[in-house]
Write a protein that binds this ligand. Structure first.
Ligand code: PMP
Length: 438
């Protein structure tokens, strides 16, 4: 006997496996989250709730959700210029010119629709250029869903040090062609290159592994990657899908002064429109088949989509003309400092880490860590996952949203205000007290 309309989330589960369109949206304990509206630092759900959003869609909306200037630019372009899939548009050239100007490593650039496509092509062209087989990645880094990098992101302690695929269905040969090393361990990198350097096509790294919150790199670690790859003739890839534009318009490469051979971008460069980019040394980029006769096949129906490009150009304009970084860095610093003070007052040992607009509270005593912050994946093994997720679930009761998945970072956008940070601090205090009382 029917008793009214079937809820949307239930209909979704009938026709969409699990009811959501990404494995990362399958979040235990969240309940049915049917999103009906977003704006600035907020979103609304079908059951009438409104949240202040510190998740920010895993990072793209640095300016805030549906920034009016970005939305207008995309809509205006969409009204007069559809996607043709042949030739080139002015916007693509303007965007490429700015990426070349801003990112030290980028001499030429190609657009994709996602970050995964960008990292996929970075590894393909590295293999094409070197004729080599092996790829080096680091425990805790995520570079998208494709086979060569689908291993050792968030691993159980027993799996750290071995191969830990995040998916079934990947050929053993492919997994075996990826070497996993500990992040920030220069000796391990030197050792791998001494043993296998002539087989290593590429080293791919998130210069700040934000997919496990925030591990800040030792300067000497990134320098070692640069030296070893250069000496061995391997390609160094900085995956700046998160760090690019969010931390600096020149990416972490400008902050660190270490220039990779290739850079991958995504997320914040178009404030939420589906985009990715791969750029780098002209001799490597010229191997892509967008150049007649070049050997490394590169394609994508939606690459350079005019609406997405317009969103990226409008995002860039705002990032260059308005004090966006100043604002998000100030609020990020305030959030980290006052969260530390709050937990100290509550007597709860935590480690608040992050950089710029990114913050994350690990539930572990960080006093013995180097500089009081985690630097290696192994440092994070002390984090109490139940508390990490538990307080975030409780935050929902206070209209605050930080993704309740272990080790996930949170973000501040240009749309957040000091009042939002006040609200975060008050809600966190109540949520943590509730978790402690459980
Ligand atoms: N690289 C990094 C560092 C990422 O964080 C992500 C996405 N979380 C990707 C690549 C993949 O990007 P996308 O989801 O757009 O394919």
């Amino acid at each position: 006997m029917s008793s009214g309309p079937v809820p949307l989330a239930e209909r979704a589960r009938t026709v969409v496996p699990g009811g959501v369109n990404s494995g990362q949206r399958n979040v235990p304990g969240l309940g049915d989250l049917v999103i009906t509206g977003t704006g600035g630092a907020r979103f609304r759900t079908a059951d009438g709730r409104e949240f202040t959003d510190f998740h920010a869609a895993f990072g793209p909306p640095l300016l805030g959700h549906n920034d009016p200037d970005v939305a207008r630019a995309a809509a205006e372009t969409g009204a007069t210029l559809g996607h043709m899939g042949v030739g080139v548009t002015e916007g693509e050239v303007l965007l490429a010119e700015q990426l070349v100007e801003l990112l030290p490593s980028v001499e030429k650039v190609l657009l994709t629709s996602t970050g995964s496509e960008a990292t996929f092509h970075a590894l393909r062209v590295a293999r094409a250029a070197t004729g080599r087989r092996l790829v080096v990645k680091f425990q805790g880094c995520y570079h998208g869903w494709h086979d060569s990098v689908s291993l050792n992101v968030i691993s159980e302690p027993a799996k750290v040090g071995g191969h830990d695929p995040i998916s079934t269905g990947i050929l053993t040969e492919v997994l075996d062609s990826t070497l996993v090393l500990p992040f920030n361990d220069s000796a391990a990198v030197r050792h791998a290159f001494a043993e296998l350097g002539s087989d290593i096509a590429a080293v791919i790294v998130e210069p700040v592994p934000h997919n496990v919150g925030a591990l800040l790199p030792y300067e000497e670690f990134l320098t070692t990657l640069r030296e070893e790859t250069r000496r061995a003739g391997s390609v160094l890839v900085f995956d700046e899908v998160i760090t690019g534009f969010r931390h600096d318009l020149g990416g972490w490469q400008r902050i660190s002064g270490v220039t990779p051979d290739l850079t991958t971008l995504g997320k914040a460069i178009a404030n939420g429109a589906p985009v990715g980019a791969i750029g780098g040394r002209a001799d490597l980029m010229d191997l892509f088949s967008t150049r007649p006769g070049a050997p490394a096949f590169f394609a994508g129906t939606y690459n350079g989509h005019p609406g997405v490009v317009a969103a990226a150009l409008a995002t860039l304009r705002k990032l260059r003309e308005e004090p966006v970084h100043e604002h998000v860095f100030r609020l990020g610093e305030r959030a980290r400092t006052e969260l530390r003070e709050l937990y100290a007052r509550l007597g709860v040992p935590v480690t608040v880490a992050g950089y710029g607009s990114v913050f994350v509270t690990y539930f572990m005593d960080g006093t013995a860590l180097d500089g009081g912050v985690p630097r290696t994946y192994e440092d994070l093994l002390a984090n109490d996952a139940a508390r990490f997720v538990g307080y975030r679930r409780r935050l929902l009761d206070h209209g605050l949203f930080e993704l309740p998945l272990n080790l996930k970072r949170s973000h501040i956008s240009y749309a957040h205000t000091d009042e939002d940070v006040d609200r975060l601090l008050e809600g966190t205090e109540a949520a943590v007290k509730a978790v402690l009382a459980e």
